[in-house]
Ligand binder design. Structure first.
Ligand code: NDP
Length: 256
């Protein structure tokens, strides 16, 4: 799908990206900055966040901010403190990309390990809920607020052995739909993106034998990330949109 994105699409916006140190989140942060936003980089590996910060500076983007936070252990207070700091430092928040995620282990439902289930639900679902609760008062003040969740094809269509991850992504889409409905009379739009198979570390973990060169890169799928974060999507809310609608889901590239 083609989206026409103006070079200053995100001018003057302040945008928080989770999992900004690697994969799709890294590219989204760089692209948001390249389109005029001040980007807040949240992640658990500071060295990776610093590399993204440097890249944004090198590209001539507005100075970014780094929030080192491990979503696995973060409490409600961590998110409230973060929201307070954002308000103090920037005075506004216009968008959040909930991107950080864990795959967990692929296994039949019968053999899902409780600890892995808890970890995936913590990072993929509960952390997003707590972060959203903390930033909502701020983002509601934006003239054009955007909250984007990250789903998956298995977030709306169950598939054998993807149990924990699929359950977490169904929950993510549910959260997105409920929040979009609750905010339907505000200027905040809430949507989800299904990236489709994309060349990242998580994809390699799920499909270790495939030829990653045949996959789209994070850069290839950015037009949708820019569109949903920007002003052109003001009439879109409550949707989960595929970044690669033509791609047949759930198969390794070698099988295509
Ligand atoms: P990556 O594994 O490449 O990147 C995930 C990012 O999330 C990393 O920066 C990672 O940090 C961060 N992260 C993971 N756990 C935590 C945590 N506990 N606290 C803070 N940050 C954390 O994944 P992708 O870029 O592939 O995935 C991005 C999103 O897209 C995910 O939500 C995923 O489910 C979804 N998705 C991806 C697809 C794909 O084919 N790639 C397909 C469908 C959906 P660190 O670098 O420190 O590990």
């Amino acid at each position: 799908m083609d989206y026409l994105i103006a070079a200053d699409n995100l001018k003057d916006r302040v945008i928080l990206v989770t999992g900004a140190g690697d994969g799709i989140g890294r590219e989204a942060a760089i692209q948001y900055a390249a389109h005029g936003a001040t980007v807040i980089l949240l992640g658990r590996t500071v060295a990776k966040l610093e590399a993204v910060y440097d890249q944004i500076e090198k590209n001539g983007g507005k100075q970014a901010a780094i929030v080192p936070l491990d979503l696995m252990g973060a409490t409600k207070q961590h998110y409230l403190d973060m929201a307070h700091t954002i308000e103090q430092q920037f005075g506004r928040l216009d968008g959040v990309l909930h991107n950080a995620g864990l795959l967990g282990a692929l296994s039949p439902i019968e053999h899902i390990e409780e600890t892995i289930f808890d970890d995936v639900m913590q990072v993929n679902v509960k952390a997003q809920l707590l972060l959203t609760q903390a930033i909502l008062p701020l983002i509601k003040q934006s003239p054009d607020g955007r909250i984007i969740f990250t789903s998956s094809t298995v977030g709306h269509s169950g598939r054998a052995f993807w149990g924990t991850y699929a359950i977490s992504k169904f929950a993510t889409e549910g959260m997105m739909q409920v929040l979009a409905d609750e905010l339907s009379d505000t200027t905040v739009n809430v949507n989800a993106i299904n990236p489709g198979g994309t060349r990242t570390g998580m994809r390699a973990q799920a499909f270790p034998a495939e030829d990653a060169r045949l996959l789209k890169t994070p850069q290839d799928i950015m037009p949708l990330y820019l569109y949903l974060m920007g002003p052109e999507s003001r009439h879109v809310s409550g949707q989960c949109i595929d970044a690669q609608p033509q791609r047949k889901p759930g198969i390794s590239c070698e099988e295509e």
